[in-house]
Ligand binder design. Structure first.
Ligand code: C2E
Ligand code: CA
Ligand code: CA
Ligand code: CA
Length: 279
């Protein structure tokens, strides 16, 4: 038993070292990418179900690394959180997204707003409202041109300061959306007291719409409550026409997903908008 223990020890130590080294390498690369402005944004259209018109676009971060390839945000966002530079990252993305929207406006591409994902840490940071005001002014945008997507846990946790930011951002006139709705604490009782404009129905429910009665009932309940509170319901992860049809029948107003378009670079979205205008 003793020798087995020693054996295990000698196997795991270099392995752990390698994991730690990989992580450090990854962290240093992300810091460098941030500094060198190598994070890019892809944009995914959000489509009105009533007439197929564009409701807005969501900005989604991408990191193209020469060695690692395209690193998805699900990997580098948590890392940036852990290493303490998520606020810097989110601020950079917010500014980039606003600049892009003002470029589209200048080119007469009609996109009603851009939605930006904001991490809990960034959202609870006192500097956020001032940064938003400054960025909008610098880009010649109005508050209603911007929507912030936050997860419900942020606004439910009273101690975090998220509620205070929520109110200040709402006073500015910026739109607020609850992301991944239904996957967090799932308490509906707080909704009517929050200055929120939009609910994003999580893609885990949308995925099962055709196959699962429970998912259908849940989606329908979210849409019903949201609509009666005058919130816009945006379904995410819509991949086929059957899902679109069910959502529309349930009263959902807006949908986003591969069925309509994948997230794409700004130039591709411009082309997508122009080709639709010609149809
Ligand atoms: P999210 O905000 O819930 O974004 C939706 C995710 O679903 C995106 O993944 C999007 O590309 C993907 N998606 C869109 N349509 C479909 C579809 O039809 N089917 C499926 N299966 N997926 C679809 P992505 O871009 O990998 O982003 C993952 C998460 O990373 C986001 O989830 C968001 O929480 C976070 N994230 C992305 N960009 C940022 C950012 O700039 N800042 C912060 N803080 N978080 C970000
Ligand atoms: Ca989102
Ligand atoms: Ca989501
Ligand atoms: Ca998410």
């Amino acid at each position: 038993a003793k020798s087995a223990g020693r054996h295990r020890f000698s196997v795991f130590t270099p392995e752990l070292n390698r994991v730690a080294q990989d992580r450090l390498k990854f962290e240093m690369a992300l810091r460098a990418a941030l500094q060198a402005d190598q994070l890019q944004l892809h944009y995914q259209p959000q489509v009105r179900l009533s007439d197929g018109g564009i409701y807005g676009v969501e900005a989604l971060a991408r990191w193209h690394h020469p060695e690692f390839g395209v690193v998805p945000p699900d990997r580098f966002v948590p890392l940036a959180e852990e290493c303490g530079f998520i606020t810097e990252l989110d601020h950079g993305i917010l500014q980039k997204a606003c600049r892009q929207l003002s470029e589209w406006r200048a080119a007469n591409i009609v996109i009603p707003h851009v939605s930006v994902n904001v991490s809990p840490t960034t959202f609870c940071d006192r500097r956020l409202p001032a940064l938003i005001a400054k960025t909008l002014a610098a880009c010649g945008l109005l508050p209603r041109d911007l929507v912030l997507e936050v997860t419900e846990n942020v606004v439910l946790d009273n101690a975090s300061g998220g509620l205070a930011t929520l109110k200040r951002v709402h006073e500015l006139g910026v739109g607020l959306s609850i992301d991944d709705f239904g996957t967090g604490y799932s308490s509906l009782s707080y909704l009517h007291r929050l200055p929120v404009d939009e609910l994003k129905l999580d893609k885990s429910f949308v995925r099962e719409l055709e196959s699962d009665e429970g998912a259908r009932a849940l989606a329908s309940a979210v849409t019903g409550i949201g609509t009666s509170l005058r919130l816009t319901i945006v379904a995410e992860g819509v991949e086929n026409d059957e899902q679109r049809r069910i959502l529309q029948a349930q009263g959902c107003q807006v949908a986003q997903g591969y069925f309509f378009a994948r997230p794409m670079p700004a130039a591709a979205l411009t082309a997508w908008m122009q080709s639709r205008a010609r149809e």
